[in-house]
Design a protein around this ligand. Sequence first.
Ligand SMILES: Nc1nc2c(ncn2[C@@H]2O[C@H](COP(=O)(O)OP(=O)(O)OP(=O)(O)O)[C@@H](O)[C@H]2O)c(=O)[nH]1
Length: 537
Amino acid sequence: MTGTQTQSLQRLKQHFAQRVINQARQVLELWQNLHNSEWSRQDLVNMRDAGERLLRHAKRFEQFAHIAIAKQLLEVLAAVESNANRLNSHAIESITQLLQELLQTGLRQGESIDQVFLPTVVRKPIYLVLHCAEQAESLAQQLQSFYLQVEVFADADTFLQAMAKRYPAVIILDVDFIRPGYGLELAQQVKKAHDSAVPVLFYSENEVTALTRLAAVRAGGQAFSTGNLDAANILEKIESWVSVVHAEPYRALVVDDSKAQATFTERVLNAAGIMTRAITDPTQALTELLDFNPDLIILDMYMPECDGPELAKVIRHNERFVGVPIIYLSAEDDLDKQLDAMSEGADDFLMKPVKPRHLVATVRNRAARARHLKTRMVCDSLTGLYNHTHILQLLEDACERAQKLRAPMCFVMIDIDHFKQVNDTYGHSMGDKVIKSLALFLKQRLRRSDQIGRYGGEEFAVILPNTELHFAEKIINEIRLRFAAIRFPAQDQELSCTFSAGVVAYDGTLDSAQLADLADQAMYKAKHAGRNQVAVL
Ligand SMILES: Nc1nc2c(ncn2[C@@H]2O[C@H](COP(=O)(O)OP(=O)(O)OP(=O)(O)O)[C@@H](O)[C@H]2O)c(=O)[nH]1
């Protein structure tokens, strides 16, 4: 085969790789949409179509893991269809499990990194509509170093044409684009012409009046910045606007001595994509709590062996379950009794018969809040990355998984160089900004299946499942080069930072603590060898 033929074959392969990834993403997105709606016949059809497309593309590209997952997904969907299109907990669990696997399945090793490691947080482009061309170019460059796609517009027509073709992740719009106040008019035009609300970040070089800010809100502005536009800040905003819904379905444990009521509750919740386990014997509740790990518990008030408030107390006595919301679902209409029951550590009271919509909304709201609190416990407050304890826990899980599946896995330790100097020269808040930027940078560059933690002050840890050592080294090195190229506006100058990293591969025998230790050693090797480099061990 000639060099040109090999190249075009490679391009073709990459083209299909991209398609497989896109199809997998579509299936995931369809499933996630169910978090806000109720399962219908149309959902089944859409998921099946997306699953079939994934299977077709995966076959063409010979992605065997994707083929196996797509086939199993289609089987589960066929079972749902033959069960009068009723989603039950088993189907919800199977689909979730398969989609998790899909998320974990990188493409075959050896493919181009650009295809495998697609930016995960913000993929759509950013439209930059600024009055000053020089400022637009410099901001575009900064944003690009964060792996964002940027399109710069110098006139309104080209911008409006682009809007008609593709929606961006965000529009950064100068209120004084071309002439004073024209940016606001342009935003109004966009708002009228397009149903889909694209977030607009308004910008003005100078401070503006309250009236201009009000006009910006009315024109659909999501935020307003004045003075310096800073890429990290913009990415942080966009990330919060596009943050992905939690992919895991909610889990509810239903305790009701009436089988008919328990089944009714289960059906209503299942149709909303909520996994349910229903039990009629309250003495089994603790065992089920441990086994099923629900986001919340729905309790009947009156049951023969032990009543609801007693059970609530027993549950609350267990340290592990103090935070799990408890909702009563009972025919009791005496307000005093309801309040008494609530005083035993319950969170809500729903009267039977309850409207399905009311039940679903209550469960979703309570479960979302409980998850939010749980997330805060495992995440670092400055960066939103996993905290030290949690990333080590995740590393333990990753080692187990890699050993079970005999899959490659790498662990990386990253430490910003001479960080003390950044704090000493530019102040602690500038130091915080650099830490936050590196966090955003890693999130934006790595795959969704990779896990990133803030290991210590200016130290980060990354778990790369399904990744060979040479690949991990290549990616971290590429990230290192890009990060070093970022210029952070600091006072009236610019600041740049570098990092040193240590990369180690799981060999199937080490435990997570040993692996972390080795990564630390590798990172120190990089520091001793002069910093701003990646060392492997
Ligand atoms: N701004 C800020 N600084 C932090 C934070 N956590 C730790 N630091 C600072 O990070 C600095 C780390 O300094 P050192 O461990 O001496 O290392 P270094 O200056 O980065 O030098 P090398 O790692 O040897 O390249 C200390 O001054 C800490 O106070 C934080 O959350 N924010």
